[in-house]
Ligand binder design. Structure first.
Ligand code: HEM
Length: 639
């Protein structure tokens, strides 16, 4: 048999157990009073003690509350019976003075009596809310914490101060029970056992959670936890509990906009560095509108405008490298990336001026992994100054592009319109371009670094790619249609982004409304994130994930992959938060590979090629290279 009130199901056994305890304790208290000379006074005192006895397990259970219905039912029943005993106490306290409450105030002091009456009213209200409503509204939860603190302090004062014997012992037991339950709760929370229906995982240290582990090595962070906990786990990052989703199924779930939003979801320093408002930090209709406009700058027609810029930049650096013949490639690729980014977004030419912009971007990027305190002279402060320098550059470029239209990406963005005919305001445009600077700079140099590294390490892949280039693009300038013939290079370009640890995870999301995944509760207002690199190294989906195999991306094989298993640029539709630069990076890798393979060959002298722990990991020795021209005679020997 069950006592069903509202949606609560309290079993008869639960009710009987607590009622029996209540009955015995109250009767014992009232009988004990009978033995004392001043009956009503002692009835009031002993019923207060009876209420305290019932209050101790109630507050213990409340502090340790979790999903267990049984535990919660016992809390509610003890909370109610303790309250009833407290009413008995008040009843006798008032009855002590036959006249009225006013006299009670006079005898016991206004503050104490008023405080007791307020407690009784608040407690009664809370019981009504707990019994009759199933709402877990924040204000109900907050007032419940409040009334428990209030009642706890009242009982502690009532039993410890000026009391002796049994009352004082009760006070000490109450204090110990509260301390113990707080300790157990803290311990459970730290170890992720606070609620059995949450995903597994750990919250790490108080306040900072697991943020240091993430900053130390963001790729290892997700990889290790995925191995330990599986495709969904909880953690605590940047002052907030976060749930990570890894693997196609979990990643797809994370993309569901009914439950997750990107608006106001990212740590405050990321938002500040990106000047608060650009695609990754927006959601809903404004994100859709802007994304449609931005995507207009990533079409095949647009790529045909950028390909000459890429070729011009590639040629500039290839000639320089030919002269240098022996150098560290990563600093060079950073310069190339700066020149190309500057060409796309401000109309700059390759060379020292653009490379100086690269240094501003580098300082800006350091802000994303620094301690977010703006002191002007520290990394974060300098990153914010660099952000403002980039914004000033963009403002200047917008004015210049208006005066003299150009066919770079900024030129296109100034003219394109969304479906509803709207354009970006200058304020919106400068912030979007700031983010594009950030996204493109890293994406370009990292992809080209991995391309050069891979081709040097796999002569058979380099040779096959060279044959394809000689067959379909042996000379002359390139265009998008011609690049479509380079099928093997496309496979290499895709495998590079699967194989190497570029992005460990997506931008952060926020749980809009509570939901469930694989029977785990995903609580409202928690952070959420999709694991990228780990998702692409699941052996059931990508066999032998640690081996570089471009053939995984042969058309049929690629088409048969589960949804959201290949996610180097995020997942979902183009209009969602998926990176718009995806196809541009394929174009870039192809153009660079064509220009490298048509004329050059390279070898890597002995060095440490192990990847470091950077946000985008790179070989520790900066990829030293011996670079020269390629001829059939030298058969892939550096000249
Ligand atoms: C190897 C190169 C690149 C990689 C691996 C990459 C990866 C990513 C990833 C993982 C995201 C976040 C997706 C999410 O939060 O769900 C993203 C977002 C974005 N990326 Fe890229 N990206 C690359 C290059 C580029 C380039 C070259 C551009 C532009 C020129 C670009 C522009 C963007 C933009 C605008 C967003 C925000 C999209 C949105 O929130 O709607 N990315 N990228």
């Amino acid at each position: 048999m069950e006592i069903v009130k509202s949606k609560k199901k309290i079993s008869l056994a639960e009710f009987a157990n607590t009622f029996f305890a209540f009955g015995i304790i109250l009767i014992a208290a009232l009988l004990a009073a009978e033995l004392k000379p001043n009956l009503n006074l002692h009835r009031a005192i002993y019923s207060f003690l009876a209420s305290s006895v019932l209050f101790i397990p109630a507050i213990y259970l409340y502090i340790l509350h979790g999903k267990s219905a049984n535990k919660n039912n016992y809390w509610l029943l003890l909370w109610i019976f303790s309250f009833l005993a407290y009413l008995v106490h008040l009843f006798y306290k008032v009855l002590l003075v036959p006249d009225n409450i006013k006299a009670t105030f006079a005898i016991h002091g206004t503050a104490i009596t008023a405080s007791e009456l307020v407690l009784a009213l608040w407690w009664g209200l809370d019981i009504s809310l707990a019994w009759f409503s199933d709402s877990s509204a924040t204000w109900i939860e907050k007032q419940r914490i409040g009334v428990h603190i209030y009642a706890g302090l009242s009982f502690l004062v009532g039993t410890l101060i000026g009391q002796q014997g049994f009352a004082r012992i009760l006070g000490i037991i109450l204090a110990i029970a509260i301390l113990l339950s707080l300790l157990v709760r803290y311990h459970n929370t730290r170890n992720g056992r606070d609620s059995e229906d949450l995903p597994p995982g750990s919250y790490g240290l108080p306040l900072i959670g697991e943020t240091i582990a993430l900053a130390w090595d963001n790729h290892q962070f997700y990889r290790q936890r995925f191995q330990k906990y599986g495709s969904v786990f909880k953690t605590h990052l940047f002052g907030k509990p976060v749930i990570a989703f890894i693997g196609p199924e979990a990643f797809t779930f994370f993309l569901n906009q009914e439950y997750f939003t990107r608006a106001k979801a990212n740590p405050q320093p990321i938002q500040e560095l990106l000047d608060w408002e650009s695609l990754p930090l927006l959601d809903g209709s404004e994100h859709r509108r802007r994304k449609k406009i931005i995507l207009e700058a990533f079409t095949p027609q647009a790529f045909d405008k950028y390909i000459p810029l890429i070729e011009q930049t590639a040629t500039y650096y290839l000639e320089r490298w030919e002269q240098l013949s022996s150098f560290a490639w990563i600093p060079e690729y950073r310069k190339l990336s700066a020149s190309l980014t500057n060409a796309l977004f401000t109309g700059g030419s390759p060379g020292p001026e653009s490379e100086a912009v690269g240094e501003i971007i580098e300082t800006f990027l350091k802000g994303f992994t620094s301690i977010p305190i703006n002191l002007r002279w520290n990394a974060y402060g300098k990153a914010l100054q660099s952000r403002d320098k980039l914004l000033a550059l963009i403002d200047k470029a917008i004015v210049q592009h208006r005066q003299q239209p150009q066919s770079d990406m900024l030129g296109l963005l100034l003219t394109v319109r969304g479906e509803d005919g709207s354009t970006l305001t200058d304020e919106q445009l400068r912030r979007e371009v700031l983010h594009l600077f950030f996204a493109a700079y890293g994406g370009i140099y990292i992809s080209l670094t991995y391309l050069s590294l891979t081709l040097a390490q796999h002569p058979e892949i380099m040779s096959r790619a060279r044959q394809e280039v000689n067959q379909y693009a042996p000379s002359g300038s390139l265009n998008f249609a011609q690049l479509q013939n380079l099928v093997y290079l496309k496979q290499i370009a895709y495998e590079l982004r699967r194989f190497y640890p570029i992005n460990a995870a997506t931008f952060f999301g926020l749980v809009k409304k509570e939901t469930q995944f694989q029977n785990f509760r995903i609580p409202q207002s928690w952070g959420a994130v999709g694991g990228i690199h780990t998702t692409m190294h699941i052996p059931q989906i990508f066999p032998e994930p640690e081996s570089f195999q471009p053939c995984r991306f042969a058309t049929e094989k690629f088409a048969s992959l589960p949804e959201n298993s290949y996610v180097p640029h995020g997942g979902g539709a183009r209009e969602s938060h998926r990176c718009p630069g995806e196809d541009l990076i394929t174009v870039l890798i192809k153009v660079m590979a064509v220009h490298l393979l048509r004329r050059y060959n390279w070898e890597l002298p002995p060095q440490n090629l192990e990847l470091n722990r950077n946000l985008f990991p790179i070989p520790r020795d900066d990829l030293k290279v011996k670079f020269g021209t390629y001829t059939e005679n030298t058969k892939q020997k550096v000249s």
